[in-house]
Design a binder for this molecule. Structure first.
Ligand code: ADP
Ligand code: TYD
Length: 203
């Protein structure tokens, strides 16, 4: 089982991944939590270079990290029978580099050969809500610093989500405006429980 969690900065990805993993482990699942940029060599480069490298070069670097992450971490853990949850995956790749003006069709092509998650969760919240959370938490990157960045990110996410649905991804959109993180995580856990119960999902 492979689950990705994406959504605008401040929507709650890292918080929800933590709660979801705890809930699944408590329910007896073997869970491996990971994130992008990954902890691998290309992910390390991504982290070092996001503030200074832009545009197509950065988009290619994040895509390279994703392919390497998939081959060297995600697939092996899935093959071991673990449930892999990643904090950011393809949807982030379709969204973040748009801040540098990259064409969504180019981003789609760059990510076209990446394994699809069994469930791509998109956390949704209004721009006003996430920008408030970001002020409280602090910005993590240059994309979160410009005024109106939350509005732009929410808009890019809507477009990316529509594209994923159109391409046949199993997308779960979760409203994170009002619900506390534990409740968001339990809504996702309930959806995953239906996967675990299905005879084809756990060979
Ligand atoms: N559902 C929620 N309701 C209220 N606050 C939340 C919720 N989810 C996360 N937060 C808070 O919002 C901030 C951003 O959360 P974080 O998990 O870092 O988001 P992301 O990883 O999407 O950038 C943190 O301070 C976190 O405690
Ligand atoms: C996966 C991915 C991440 N990023 C960037 C966005 C962030 O700067 C960084 C991930 O940082 P992170 O700490 O996950 O951001 P936040 O918690 O605020 O959501 O990587 C991209 O630009 N493209 C990508 O494809």
């Amino acid at each position: 089982m492979f689950v990705s969690i994406d959504g605008p900065s401040g929507a709650g990805k890292t918080t929800i991944v933590h709660h979801l993993a705890q809930m699944l482990v408590a329910g007896g699942e073997n869970v491996h939590v990971t994130a992008e940029p990954s902890k691998g060599p290309i992910g390390k480069l991504c982290r070092e270079l996001t503030e200074t490298v832009t545009g197509h070069a950065l988009a290619c670097l994040y895509a390279a990290d994703r392919y390497h992450h998939m081959e060297n971490e995600i697939r092996p853990f899935i093959e071991e029978g673990q449930t892999v949850i990643t904090d950011r995956f393809i949807p982030s790749g379709l969204v973040m580099q748009r801040f540098d003006g990259i064409d969504p069709a180019f981003l789609w092509q760059l990510n076209a050969e990446v394994d699809r998650p069994d469930l791509a969760v998109i956390l949704e919240a209004d721009p006003e809500v996430i920008s408030e959370r970001l002020v409280e938490r602090g910005a993590h990157n240059r994309f979160q610093l410009s005024p109106g960045s939350s509005h732009a990110e929410v808009h890019f996410y809507r477009q990316a989500t529509e594209r994923l649905i159109q391409a046949g991804f199993d997308v779960m959109r979760v409203d994170c405006n009002e619900r506390p993180p534990e409740q968001v995580a339990s809504v996702i856990r309930d959806r995953l429980t239906t996967f675990f119960a299905s005879p084809t999902s756990n060979p």
